[in-house]
Design a binder for this molecule. Structure first.
Ligand SMILES: *Cc1c(COP(=O)(O)O)cnc(C)c1O
Length: 458
């Protein structure tokens, strides 16, 4: 079956077509995401309270449910020009391999040194910290993509950057650590002896290899305890989805150029930032009743927050120092099985996506990791790009949907987010190649135990 190739393999926008405003999907949501709550009083966090932890302008963006478009400051637009617009690629080679009538597109965000979409928000957050006259920022990183992106952004604006890196990644991914140090960041394995909460976690769980939740608690403690510092987070928050809307706006502009309307939009979901960004403008049309799209979030079967979690207020971190967020969650002390190598291991999900999912505006599926790596390998072989394990969750479901089209003969148009490259994930690929990867899926009993420890909020 020969495919007619009227659309170029890569659709690039011109530099002057990079969006100059972010799109705030909350403005079009009838049911707004639930507010963050003070963990002590269970009252909505005020701007003043949030300002002790986060930068002022980012607090304003976090709380803004009204303004549909938010201008992107010129300095951020200029930085975006170094690596954006990112290509929207027509996956002709994958289509040919699958012999599917489906038309598959992917938006590739791995074309920068951090290797993922995270730089889109990192540069914005560093910019607002600089504008506020801060000395530096603190953060956590798991696999290291967020820490890398933030290190790059901080060095660009001359800010100090303190990264708490989940200990197991710190040890297993020394090269990520060195990239961060190349950009001038200090990197501390978490849990560490340098914070109160780190010492407490170490006392309770000696020998622990850490988790994102622990690292967040440590980073927040350091930000709050040091004048001139604030904490920044690379996913989950409303502000991060806002910055990531640049992905969806570019995708839509590129498709519009060729008069292409997607039927299905697919993205992997860890904390929800790339998916939220990719779908934002499409979801806006759906919310306003202008268009209809199928939107699918893909998560690992070993960390299934949307598909098997509950929609409830929960802590964002293990140390329970952060505000409470209403989200689909597995419980803040949930840690995926040690054999889980495929990323996307956060226990909760963006409050925006959680609300949209609860309202039936999008679907979610979970996939076991060996099927994810099968898809990753097939994709690498035909499309050339070595995908990040996280991104490969979306590839898996795009292939599955394309195969359904093959059965039915439907010529659906699929778009998925290819969030990054997998060069630092070769230990996971190695496990897969050697048959040492298994598909542990938590039992209902296990999940119920974590759920029973959710905070009681009424
Ligand atoms: C961080 C990351 C993700 C998951 O984070 P989201 O906030 O859910 O987007 C996905 N892919 C890559 C490559 C990442 O670095």
């Amino acid at each position: 079956m020969a495919i007619e190739k009227k659309i170029p393999y890569k659709i690039y926008l011109e530099e002057n077509e990079i969006p100059t405003t972010w799109y705030n999907v909350r403005a079009d949501m009838k049911n707004k995401p639930a507010p963050l709550l003070n963990p002590g009083t269970h009252q909505p966090m005020t701007a003043q309270e949030l300002g002790a932890v986060f930068c002022e302008e980012l607090v304003a963006q976090e709380l803004d449910n009204e303004n549909r478009f938010i201008p992107i400051p010129q300095d951020i637009q200029d930085f975006y020009k170094m690596y954006r617009p990112s290509p929207l690629v027509r996956a002709y080679c994958l289509e040919e391999k699958l012999q599917t009538p489906a038309k598959i597109y992917y938006k590739f965000e791995g074309n920068n040194t951090s290797g993922s979409h995270k730089l889109n928000s990192a540069i914005a957050q560093a910019y607002y910290a600089k504008k506020q006259g801060l000395k530096g920022v603190t953060t956590e990183t798991g696999a290291g993509q967020w820490g890398t992106a933030l290190s790059m952004a901080c060095s660009y604006f001359g800010l100090d950057c303190k990264v708490f890196m989940v200990k197991v990644s710190y040890e297993q991914k020394p090269f990520r650590r060195e990239v961060m140090r190349t950009y001038g960041a200090s990197v501390t394995p978490s849990p560490s002896e340098t914070t109160q909460v780190g010492r407490k976690i170490l006392a309770e769980h000696p020998g622990t290899t850490g988790s994102l939740g622990c690292a967040i608690s440590e980073a927040v403690e350091v930000a709050v305890g040091n004048p001139g510092y604030r904490y920044v987070l690379g996913s989950v928050l409303n502000q991060v989805l806002l910055h990531q809307s640049v992905i969806g706006l570019e995708t839509k502009a590129a498709l519009d150029k060729y008069g292409v309307t997607p039927d299905i939009i697919i993205g992997c979901a860890g904390g929800g930032s790339n998916l939220g960004g990719l779908i934002s403008p499409f979801m806006g049309e759906k919310l306003r009743g202008e268009k209809n799209y199928r939107i699918i979030a893909v998560e690992p079967a070993s960390c299934p927050s949307l598909t098997r979690g509950v929609y409830a207020y929960d802590f964002c971190d293990t140390g329970m120092v952060c505000p409470l967020a209403k989200m689909y969650t597995l419980g803040s002390d949930f840690i995926p099985a040690p054999n889980h190598a495929g990323g996307l291991r956060y226990h909760g999900m963006s409050p925006v996506l959680s609300q949209l999912y609860d309202d039936g505006m999008m679907e979610a599926v979970s996939v076991p990791q060996t099927r994810v790596f099968e898809a990753a390998e097939m994709f690498a072989r035909v499309e050339g790009i070595l995908p990040a394990p996280e991104s490969s969750h979306a590839i898996r479901v795009a292939i599955d949907e394309a195969m359904k089209c093959k059965e039915t003969g439907e010529e659906k148009t699929l778009v998925f987010g290819l969030t990054g490259t997998g060069y630092f994930d070769m230990v996971a690929y190695e496990k897969f190649h050697e048959g040492k990867m298994d598909d542990y899926v938590p039992t209902d009993e296990e999940l119920a135990q974590y759920r029973a420890r959710l905070p009681q909020v009424d």
